[in-house]
Structure formats: structure tokens, C-alpha cells
Design a protein around this ligand. Structure first.
Ligand SMILES: *Cc1c(COP(=O)(O)O)cnc(C)c1O
Length: 232
């Protein structure tokens, strides 16, 4: 197992350095530890090292993990970040604190309808396909305002902001461009009166670029837990 206290500290340092470069308070960027494919014991170890927010992509895997870590539930935040099919929304609505990957109104409507009474509203982000690849989920930047308004009106959700997964790029400048586009869209929606406070963008390879462009949550897996093995 990776020494999670060290990798977590290294990632926190990267975030803090990027925030200082951007003239931002390092505390204004939250670290979401993406634990998909890693066992519950790794989440437990990261939690023991002080990490509180965890991101998961697959419904069944996350349901099992949340169950196995039920004793930590009061001090863990679970964020669903993977593609969500409409027939799989219920376990997510019933168990998670956040969903970053809402990519159409229908998913938001189901999550709102299935959120149990008595639980806090589910925090959601609207996923935007900034670079416009046909293979990727997310609304277009042109659709974002209308869909965001419809989601914001749903009773059991709280629309917090926008999320994106841009194409991988190697140079800092190329990495910054789609993050800048998402931030500009975020600012435009706020100017239109939507009360958004979250920009979920940046992963292991491009978190600096995302922080420079205003990310408030970076979603980091590999740099914390190591390379994923999908054959297991
Ligand atoms: C897997 C995943 C991440 C983490 O990616 P790394 O490159 O391992 O940091 C972030 N966001 C989403 C949506 C993911 O699916």
C-alpha cells in the first residue's frame, strides 16, 4: 500500500503552492481524494491521515465501500463523480453528500425525487463538456444556463456549481484554457443570479492549472492512491 500520509501531504503542498502563485488562500481549494478501484482500507488510512472528502465513480463499488466504512460516516463526505445512468440514481441519492456529474436534467430530477426526506439536500454540480468532444458527457456551454436554472429549482438538491473533465494536455497553458472557459461560464451564471460557489476541476496531472483558474475543488486519485488497476 502507498504511504498515504506522504502522498496526501505532497498533494496538499502542490495545491498550496499553486494557490500562492495565483494569489489565492490555499484554504479556498478543497481536496477531493478519488478512491475509485481502491479498497475501503485505503480510504480508512487516508481518513486517519486527515482526509475527509472522497470521490467515487461506480455505483456498486461505492455502495459496498460506504457500507464497509459506516463507522466513519459522520466524518466522511462522499462525492459521486462518475457517469450516472438514470436507472442507478437511487442508491446515489440515498447515500452520497455530493454528485459532481449531473449531465442532464433527467438525472437531477430523479436525484431530487429519490433524496430521502430528512436528509440534507444533495449538493450537485452541473457537468459541462467544455471542449465539445462527442464522446464526453456534459451539457454544452450554450445549454448550461437553462439547465442550471431548472436544476436550481428542484426541491431536494442544492446546485453548487460546475464540473468538467477536459482532454488531457501536457503544457500548463494548454491545460489552463478549458479551465478558464469553465470559470468564465461560472462567472457568467453567477452574474445572472445563480448562487454558485463551486468549480470542480483539476485532477492529478493538471491540478495546478485548475487552481490558477479558480478551482474550488480538485479531484485527485492517482497522485494520492497510486496507479489504478482496472483488471481486479
Ligand atoms: C478518476 C477521476 C479523477 C481522478 O483522476 P486522477 O488522474 O487519477 O487524479 C478525477 N475526476 C474524475 C471525474 C475521475 O473519473
Amino acid at each position: 500500500m502507498t504511504d498515504l500520509s506522504h502522498t496526501l501531504e505532497a498533494v496538499r503542498e502542490r495545491i498550496a503552492a499553486a494557490a500562492r502563485n495565483a494569489g489565492r488562500d490555499p484554504q479556498s481549494v478543497a481536496l477531493l481524494a478519488v478512491s475509485k478501484t481502491f479498497p475501503a482500507q485505503d480510504v480508512r488510512a487516508a481518513h486517519a491521515a486527515g482526509q475527509r472528502a472522497f470521490g467515487e465513480n461506480y455505483v456498486q463499488e461505492s455502495v459496498d465501500k460506504i457500507e464497509a466504512l459506516a463507522d466513519l460516516r459522520a466524518s466522511i463526505e462522499w462525492h459521486f463523480i462518475g457517469p450516472l445512468q438514470s436507472n442507478k440514481t437511487r442508491p446515489v441519492a440515498e447515500r452520497f453528500d455530493w454528485v459532481h456529474s449531473v449531465d442532464r436534467l433527467k438525472i437531477a430530477e430523479r436525484l431530487s425525487a429519490q433524496r430521502p426526506a430528512g436528509m440534507a439536500p444533495l449538493n450537485v454540480c452541473l457537468q459541462v463538456n467544455v471542449s465539445g468532444e462527442a464522446s464526453k458527457s456534459g451539457v454544452t456551454p450554450q445549454e448550461a444556463q437553462q439547465v442550471a436554472r431548472q436544476i436550481a429549482a428542484l426541491p431536494n438538491l442544492r446546485l453548487r456549481g460546475l464540473m468538467s473533465i477536459p482532454e488531457p494536455e501536457t503544457s500548463l497553458e494548454a491545460q489552463r484554457a478549458p479551465h478558464r472557459q469553465l470559470r468564465e461560464l461560472f462567472e457568467a451564471l453567477r452574474a445572472e443570479g445563480l448562487a454558485l460557489d463551486t468549480l470542480s476541476m483539476g485532477m492529478s496531472a493538471d491540478l495546478e492549472a485548475a487552481v490558477l483558474e479558480g478551482a474550488t475543488i480538485v479531484r485527485v486519485g492517482t497522485a494520492i492512491f497510486g496507479a489504478r488497476d482496472y483488471s481486479l
